[in-house]
Design a protein around this ligand. Sequence first.
Ligand SMILES: Cc1cc2nc3c(=O)[nH]c(=O)nc-3n(C[C@H](O)[C@H](O)[C@H](O)COP(=O)(O)OP(=O)(O)OC[C@H]3O[C@@H](n4cnc5c(N)ncnc54)[C@H](O)[C@@H]3O)c2cc1C
Length: 383
Amino acid sequence: MPARIVIIGAGLHGCSAALYLSSRGYQVTVIDKTYAGRHASGVNAGGVRRLGRHPAEIPLSMAAWERWQNMARLVGDDCGFRPVGQIKVAENDADLAVLAERERQMRALGYRHERLIGRDALRQALPALAQHCPGGLACDGDGYANPYRTVTAWRRQAERCGARFHEGLEVTSLTPGNGWEVVAGERRFTADILVNCAGAWAGKLCEWLGEPVPLRAEAPMLMITERIAPFLVPVVGATSRPLSFKQFENGTVLIGGGVRGSVESDRQVAETRLGGLAENADTAASLFPFIERARIVRTWAGVEAVMPDQIPVLGRSAIHGTVIHAFGFSAHGFQLGPITGEIATDLVMEREPTLPIEALSIERFTKQNPPLPHDSGTGFTHA
Ligand SMILES: Cc1cc2nc3c(=O)[nH]c(=O)nc-3n(C[C@H](O)[C@H](O)[C@H](O)COP(=O)(O)OP(=O)(O)OC[C@H]3O[C@@H](n4cnc5c(N)ncnc54)[C@H](O)[C@@H]3O)c2cc1C
C-alpha cells in the first residue's frame, strides 16, 4: 500500500507538496482549518522574485523560477505570471553603493541574474520615476503572479492527481504510534508521514512535536489604487526602505513591501495600521510623485510566519523521521511555492534532495546554534 501522507495547511506550500506527492502515487490528505489560500498564500503581493534573496535561498529560488516559466504545463494555468522584471531602485549614492556591493557578492558566488544599472537605463525602464534616483539593481525575468489563482490552480491539479482536501477542520493533536494519529475537528486521520505546512501556526505543531522554534507571526500590509493609465512595467522595490510597487494589467497599483500591521494569530486576524500604510504611501510617492493623487480603494494585511534569520524551515524534523517541515517563509515564500513539493517528495522517498536545504534545517534552532544573519548583509528589505 502506498504511504499515507497528511499535509497540515493548504497554502501554496501545502498544495505544492500535495501535487508532487499525489502524482507519485502517495495517498495524500490535506487538512486546513480554514480553506485553501485563505491566509498568506492567497492574499500576498504576488511578487515572483529572485532579486535580493538570502544566499541560502538562491538555488531554490532559481529552480522555482524555472517552474514559473512552465506554470501552465505544470498546473494547467499560467497563474497570471507576468515576467516583467523587478528593479531595486537606489534613492541616493549610498543606496547605489549597497546595490553595487550586492552585485559584486552575487558575481563572487557565481550568479549573474542581478544586474546593476545606471541612471539612463533606469530612466528607460521606469520613465515615471523621480529624477533623483541614480541607478538600480535589475533582475530580468522576475515579475508577479495572481496569488489566489495560483493556490487554486495547484490545489485543483493536486486533486486531479488524487489528493483529498478537507477544509474547515483544525488539527488539534498529533499522536505518534503506529504511524501518526491526527485529530482534526471530529475527524481522526492516520498517516505514515506528516508534512507541516501550517504557515504562521506551524510553531504550534512544532511544540506538540517537541521541537519548538522561534517563529513569529507578522502582518505584512498592502494597499491597492484605483485604475490608472499604464505607467509602469517592472515591479519596483526600494533599497534602504521597505517598498514593493507594481502596476497590474488592469491599471491598479499595488503598494506594500515590509511595513507591518498587527496580528492576532490565534484569532487568525491580521489588521492594518494606518501609520504604517501612510509611511508606505509616502515612500511610493517620493519615487513616483504623481501617485500621490491616486485613490486607494482597499487595504489589507495577511498573517505570515517569520523566522529570526528570515529564511524558512524546510526539511526533516530533527526528532521524528516521519515528519517534514515546510514553513517560516518570512514574507517571500510565494515565489518558492513550486519547489516545496519536489523537496518534500525527495524527503519522503528518502532521496538526497536535488536542491541544497541544509541551511534551512530546523536544527539551526533546536541545536541552539546562533541564527544566520538577518539577511545577506547588503541592507536589502524584502518585497
Ligand atoms: C501581505 C503579504 C504579502 C506578501 N507578498 C509576497 C510576495 O510578493 N512574494 C512572495 O514571494 N511572498 C510574499 N508573501 C509571503 C508568502 O505569501 C508566504 O511566504 C507564503 O504564502 C506562505 O505559504 P504557506 O503555505 O507556508 O502558509 P499559508 O498560506 O499561511 O498557509 C498555511 C495554512 O495552514 C493552515 N493551518 C494552520 N494551522 C492549522 C491547523 N492546526 N490545522 C489545519 N490547518 C492549519 C492555515 O489555515 C493556512 O491556510 C507575502 C505575505 C503576505 C501576508
